[in-house]
Design a binder for this molecule. Structure first.
Ligand SMILES: NC(=O)c1ccc[n+]([C@@H]2O[C@H](COP(=O)([O-])OP(=O)(O)OC[C@H]3O[C@@H](n4cnc5c(N)ncnc54)[C@H](O)[C@@H]3O)[C@@H](O)[C@H]2O)c1
Length: 322
């Protein structure tokens, strides 16, 4: 049975990816350090169904410290999802945590991979490497000019991955995710905050005027992109992974009001530094080389996310917490 290593396996994307891999008959070795960026209980909740499966093995540990030889032993695929995510908190004193998780830990993993030949290494990159972007759908060769410290660290990760590919032949691929959402989304992300506030009958906060647009990507589509990249991706390749239907933040709030059947009271806050005005992915390369095709519409994805959040709020560990 093939073995896949998933770093950041307790996180939003890593846990969902682990589930899909197990469903496809692949043995998964997950690693996560429960970075304190958000509530550990949410990550433990993500992990619970995985731990019940006998083809899932989990280690708590930091990629910057653990014995990577043990982690990588016999692995065919490595999905490197672990990172300190989130644009807003990457300014100021927290930046060192971003460098440690996103740059130093990535370099340490790549160094260890020199001794462990694997079929593919998939690196979770981000649309934030583009910064403000080209003003229309970005192709992968658009200039990378990140406007947040987070984006700088993700671009550094991509460049490291490319350097180890170039000099040591590591079969690396970078996927540039465009705003991923759906069940399990991180609590700092907008949809998580919006769905929760509307369900709880509280006002919600929007950074900026709400007219900023994003190419929102449903979690199942982001997960599919990882499997397609492992199977079909060209080593050295960089691929945009976007949902295919950009929408504004206000559009999303209106859709949520319709789904939940309740109006939202919106409080507008100043736009945050580092948040681009618009992101939009040209996914032709992922379609042509990987066979990637997003399948879940924004409305359907928001319905699934609302269902998940309703369940989360019924969980006594989360219902009364924020
Ligand atoms: N969610 C999005 O919209 C989005 C968009 C673009 C890129 N990404 C990238 O996708 C990946 C997953 O993002 P997510 O939203 O699931 O975030 P997440 O925070 O839910 O998951 C990341 C996980 O990595 C773990 N981790 C961090 N540093 C670690 C270390 N040194 N050792 C071991 N584990 C460590 C964290 O504890 C966390 O559980 C990240 O690389 C992120 O930069 C996410």
């Amino acid at each position: 049975m093939a073995v896949a290593v998933v770093t950041g396996a307790a996180g939003f994307i890593g846990s969902s990816l682990s589930t899909r891999l197990l469903d496809e008959g692949i043995r998964v070795r997950g690693i996560d350090n429960f970075d304190p960026y958000y509530d550990r209980k949410l990550k433990e909740r993500n992990l619970r169904p995985l731990l019940a499966r006998d083809t899932f093995e989990f280690r708590e540990g930091d990629l910057g410290e653990i014995d990577l030889n043990r982690l990588l032993q016999g692995a065919e695929w490595v999905f490197h999802q672990a990172a300190r995510a989130g644009v807003r908190r990457s300014w100021g004193a927290d930046f060192s945590a971003y460098v440690k998780a996103n740059v130093l830990a990535t370099q340490r993993l790549l160094e260890a991979l020199r001794e462990h030949p694997v079929e593919r290494v998939i690196f979770a990159s981000s649309s934030s490497v583009y910064g403000e972007g080209p003003g229309g759908p970005a192709t992968e060769d658009a200039p990378c000019q990140p406007i947040s410290p987070y984006g700088v660290t993700k671009l550094a990760g991509e460049k490291l991955v490319a350097a180890y590919r170039e000099c040591y032949g590591l079969p690396t691929i970078s996927l540039r995710y465009f705003t991923v959402y759906g069940p399990g989304q991180r609590p700092d992300m907008a949809f998580h905050r919006f769905v929760r506030a509307i369900l709880e009958g509280r006002g919600l906060e929007v950074f900026g005027d709400g007219r900023q647009t994003r190419d929102f990507t449903f979690i199942a589509d982001a997960v599919s992109a990882n499997l397609l990249a492992a199977r079909n991706g060209v080593p050295g390749g960089v691929y945009n992974i976007g949902g295919g239907s950009p929408a504004s933040v206000l559009d999303v709030i209106h859709t949520l009001e319709a789904i939940i059947g309740r109006g939202a009271e919106v409080c507008f806050l100043p736009a945050e530094a580092g948040d681009p005005r618009a992101t939009s992915a040209d996914t032709a390369k992922a379609r042509d080389e990987l066979g990637f095709q997003p399948t879940v519409s924004l409305e359907e994805g928001l319905r699934q996310m609302t269902g998940w959040m309703s369940q989360l709020l019924q969980d006594p560990s989360f219902g009364n917490r924020h």
